[in-house]
Design a protein around this ligand. Structure first.
Ligand code: PNW
Length: 502
């Protein structure tokens, strides 16, 4: 909890007490404790109608990998290839959510979640990526969203959380080809048409940076002490920097084309945006100079994704670094990429870097992350809740975002079932409390955050780490499929009910 936030509350409490309660003297009893508590809690509340959501993705929870006409995805193929995933785990069964979705929605209701962000498996809808749709695949998402609506949980659908139809990978190299961007838009339009009466909010693509960088080249993540870790993912390509820039361009183009298709095919009230892990530069000190430096760094760090989607142009530095004619693009494509959005979604886990101002170009300097910097369980997860303040603040300040969703935030922990049958994830509770206090501080400062989605509703298949890294607030025994709400689920239940950090 930063000092500035605490100080602000005290100022507000004092003001409320002076004006509202008219405390005559300090000796007066009873003390205006109730008034103070009321003012304190209203100062700590999230905005009215704020969504308290949980999130998952299709490949990580559904299972039923080859049922009801579903086509193979690049993750099916990648995980079925020995050596790619820790313990050679795969998502064939995962949480068996495809069959247990009713129980899972009931659990969401039980923890007072008011929204659910799930993803749609493209190869369930178009087994070959394009062509004839598979009605049984569409039916699953109709059943799921009917169940959610019946329980008063608002569905938010992500169209692409990395499980590309393998057929498109085989045909044209996946996102290496512009045809995949076009196929994605057709699929998006079809979904808006089919689910438009049930789903009002769509995220086009989840984490452009992660799937492009780690799937098509291999992602380097900066850790404390100058250490870098390598993350590789499906389809497991090792492209050059120049080739990678073209893949990035096709991904953002796919987003823009899908935005247009969803608007063309969905009902008028349909809302659409992206869900990106926009790299966040955090100012070392909260001064106007540091904040400006962090904004400049954030804009540059995201040149290939967030910046071009919100500005409709690549930065000069990005193009210079791209060299020669790469990426190849037209002005028309840039316009499509920057199609107007109803909201932006950001996945916020960690600061990407800390910066301070510099009198040398580009006007900021990234500082090293100390070797002893605290982290959560995942190898890449350095800890600093203050990023939950600066992330939405940057989106508002740099790009004028008017509606922001935190589409993911959470952490892995070494959860075990205790002798009494409970799961005591005290570290996750600490993490969530710290992050949401910072998010609340942002809303109190007028940053337009409309909802928060915790990653994840349940433990699930954590990509190359398999089932070892548990991110859920509900524990899953993957042998029996038994679900056990953790301590953090109890925390979420109360926080969501009171609309504040507890
Ligand atoms: C996200 N990093 O991935 C994904 O959207 C989820 O599918 C995933 O399960 C979740 O976060 C937890 O990992 C990330 O290096 C991958 O900072 C890498 C990073 C962050 C998020």
């Amino acid at each position: 909890m930063p000092f500035s936030s605490t100080r602000r509350q005290f100022v507000k409490v004092a003001a409320a007490t002076a004006v509202g309660a008219m405390v005559p003297s300090l000796s007066c009893t009873p003390a205006p404790r109730k008034e103070i508590e009321k003012a304190q809690s209203s100062a700590r509340q999230f905005p009215k109608d704020f969504y308290w959501g949980v999130a998952t993705s299709s490949y990580q929870i559904e299972g039923a990998w080859n049922e009801d006409g579903k086509g193979e995805s690049i993750w099916d193929k990648f995980a079925h290839t020995p050596g790619n995933i820790k313990n050679n785990d795969n998502g064939d069964v995962a949480n068996d959510h495809y069959h247990r979705y009713k129980e899972d929605v009931a659990l969401m209701k039980d923890i007072n979640a008011t929204a659910y962000r799930f993803s749609i498996a493209w190869p369930r809808i178009f087994p070959q990526g394009t062509g004839t749709p598979n009605p049984k695949g569409v039916d699953f998402y109709k059943r799921l969203t009917d169940e959610l609506r019946a329980k008063g949980v608002e569905p938010f659908a992500t169209l692409y959380h990395w499980d590309l139809p393998q057929a498109l990978q085989d045909k044209n190299g996946g996102w290496v080809s512009k045809d995949t961007a076009k196929a994605f838009a057709d699929y998006g339009g079809y979904i808006a048409e089919q689910l438009g009466d049930r789903v009002k909010h769509y995220f086009t693509i989840n984490e452009f940076a992660t799937f492009v960088e780690s799937g098509y080249q291999g992602l380097e993540v900066k850790m404390g002490g100058g250490k870098k870790i390598h993350i590789g993912a499906a389809p497991g390509l090792r492209l050059s920097d120049a080739e990678l820039k073209q893949v990035r361009h096709h991904a953002v183009l796919g987003h823009g084309l899908a935005v247009q298709a969803i608007r063309a095919k969905g009902p008028a009230a349909t809302k659409v945006g992206f869900a990106e892990n926009t790299k966040m530069a955090v100012p070392v000190i909260d001064t106007p100079e540091h904040v400006k430096a962090a904004e400049a760094a954030t804009r540059e760090l995201n040149a290939g994704f967030t910046t071009v989607m919100l500005e409709g142009r690549y930065t000069d530095a990005y193009l210079a670094q791209a060299g020669g004619g790469t990426p190849k693009f037209t002005d028309e494509e840039l316009k499509t990429i920057a199609s107007p959005l109803d909201f932006v979604g950001i996945n916020v886990y960690r600061p990407s870097t800390y910066v301070e101002p510099s009198d040398q170009p580009p006007g900021y300097r990234e500082i090293p992350i100390n070797a002893s910097h605290p982290k959560m369980q995942s190898s890449w997860h350095i800890l600093d809740p203050v990023v939950m303040y600066w992330a939405p603040r940057n989106m508002q300040k740099i790009w004028g975002a008017k509606s922001i969703y935190i589409t993911e935030n959470g952490c892995a922990a070494s959860d075990v079932v205790a002798a009494d049958g409970r799961v005591y994830d005290s570290d996750r509770v600490m993490f969530l409390r710290g992050c949401l206090a910072e998010l609340q501080r942002a809303t109190a400062d007028g940053v337009p955050v409309d909802g928060y989605f915790l990653w994840s509703a349940q433990d699930n298949f954590e990509w190359i780490y398999g089932y070892g890294n548990r991110f859920g607030i509900i524990y899953v025994d993957f042998k029996t499929q038994k679900r056990i709400p953790k301590l953090s689920a109890d925390w979420f239940r109360v926080a969501a009910r009171q609309n504040m950090v507890v």
